[in-house]
Design a protein around this ligand. Sequence first.
Ligand code: DGL
Length: 264
Amino acid sequence: MKAIGVFDSGVGGLTVAKELFNELPYEDIIYFGDTARVPYGIKSRETIIKLSIESILFLLKNDVKLICVACNTASSVALPEIRNHFKIPLVGVINPAVKEAVYATRSKRIGVIGTNGTIRSRTYENEIKGLDPSIKVTSSACPLFVPFAEEGWFKEKAVKEVARAYLKPIKQAGVDTLILGCTHYPLLKQVIKEEMGKGVVLIDSAKQVAMEVRDTLGSFGLLNKAARNCRHMFYVSDNPEWFKALAKSFLGQAISSVRKVDNV
Ligand code: DGL
């Protein structure tokens, strides 16, 4: 039985895997974290595209039936370029978040935060405007949120100060909806919520992504509906111990086995 492939630049995509495990309990899932080459967020467009193709090819070698691109940077920079080059269904994380945000906003002002690569690509903005051109989008890159989340710094004073600086233009724009456009940001939700205030809805798209994966499998007749014990496998391109140590906070459960792959 074929598995679902999931890839991310590292450990962050486990926030998406967590929802896939909940939504698709009878599916085998193979996760690949490109830990040798993380972070993608600061890399050039060409490099992000190259690394994303290599990660997809690694999963294809494992005979998967669908690939979920759990990384926001890969989804926003690489996916629009490479989607049509693969026969296998590819589900990214941008569109599910955009649909939810457009549905949620009343003031028609949406904020987007993500890595430098994600914000520079303007993919979120273009997709939002594709659904409703009258919406005003304000974006801000928040690169330091990634190491904070990985260090387990969720509410320290330094995090609050950095959040205040990063979120200032978004607050000033008067948004009522904010897309957390990076795998790591759900871990900093509390600080972001405090900074933005109660009236702002935070969109963390992992659940919607999992539903999109389920619907896509359904539309291709590839969904496993019968109850069965399924396998969750984890591969990384470097340092499985680091990945394992961080898994608990991103996935909400410990991982017993992580394999290192040498040639991606
Ligand atoms: N996974 C990346 C994302 O969601 C964050 C980490 C990185 O920069 O690679 O954009």
